[in-house]
Design a protein around this ligand. Structure first.
Ligand SMILES: O=C(O)CCC(=O)C(=O)O
Length: 290
């Protein structure tokens, strides 16, 4: 039987069931409903705005496709941090990254939701490699992207994400390059050579290398509430800094955030490692994608 890690290393993604423990499930669903309602009511400013694919997100559009910063102290929803640093999640991350407990780094935790009224789609992208990268630049960037993992955990049925298996280690073919260089979302994501749709049942998670070639489509008619997070291993040094810090994590420095992690010693240690990385950065990092 191939291990999770073998599948993940080969394909760039792997689906894992059952990572929401029954003890946390009711509060995760309830917290998610509350933060979605707040975001749609315009009461939570940190959101992914329809029409804007990558950070910095703006406020130009009233509709949202994501709720940012679920662990932010102003949301007061402690279930999110409890789950983020739960054994269920962390054991998978440790295996996929081959990362020891004392090197885990806290990163992003957001919620992907269906827009209320407007269909939206992302263009094909890798999270930290620009579409204009040459083949050599792409090869070099992919070769070092081993120190973090991203995942989507579906609270409801979710078929929004499309990936090209294996593309986390392979530069784009000329056809893939031409389809991912257009700054418009694809009409049909399955026109991309090698693309597959990732279909998740409630409670299933897809762990993926965020530099896999991927896209997603969002319909206002299909409910989506999918936990979307990433975690790093400090062995990567500052490699992940731009991709992570571009989302604006200064609130993680605040005592008010530290207080919400009382009793969660693993999360506290992971937060410290993120702040150590942030402290090593001098100057502007800019954004991963334009
Ligand atoms: O909606 C998704 O599942 C993917 C989101 C995505 O591609 C991203 O955040 O870069």
């Amino acid at each position: 039987m191939p291990s999770l890690k073998e599948d993940y290393d080969r394909d760039g993604f792997v689906i894992v069931p059952g990572l929401i423990p029954p003890s946390l499930s009711p509060s995760l669903y309830a917290s998610s409903k509350r933060v979605i309602a707040q975001t749609r009511a315009g009461q939570w400013p940190h959101r992914r705005t329809v029409g804007k694919q990558f950070p910095p997100y703006d406020t130009a559009h009233p509709d949202s496709w994501g709720v940012q910063h679920l662990m932010h102290p102003d949301l007061g929803e402690t279930a999110f941090a409890k789950w983020y640093c739960s054994d269920e999640v962390v054991n998978v991350v440790k295996e996929l990254l081959q990362c020891e407990e004392d090197k885990l780094q806290m990163e992003l935790f957001n919620l992907l939701i269906n827009p209320s009224e407007h269909a939206f789609a992302l263009r094909w992208h890798r999270d930290d490699v620009k579409e204009s990268a040459t083949e050599d630049e792409e090869r070099e960037a992919l070769a070092k992207w081993h120190h973090g993992v991203q995942w989507n955990t579906a609270l409801y049925d979710d078929a929004c994400l499309f990936v090209v298996p294996g593309s986390h280690v392979t530069p784009r073919t000329s056809e893939q390059r031409s389809q991912s260089s257009v700054l418009e979302p694809p009409t049909n994501p399955l026109d991309m050579p090698g693309a597959i749709r990732v279909v998740l049942k409630p409670g299933e998670s897809v762990f993926y290398n965020s530099n896999i070639l991927h896209t997603a489509t969002y319909s206002p008619h299909e409910r989506r509430a999918t936990l979307h997070a990433c975690m790093g291993c400090t062995r990567g040094g500052n490699q992940r800094a731009r991709n992570i810090l571009q989302h604006g994590l200064s609130w993680m420095r605040e005592d008010s955030f530290a207080k919400t992690l009382n009793g969660l010693s693993r999360a506290q240690a992971m937060r410290s490692r993120l702040l150590e990385m942030e402290g090593r950065i001098n100057g502007e990092l800019g954004y991963s994608l334009d």
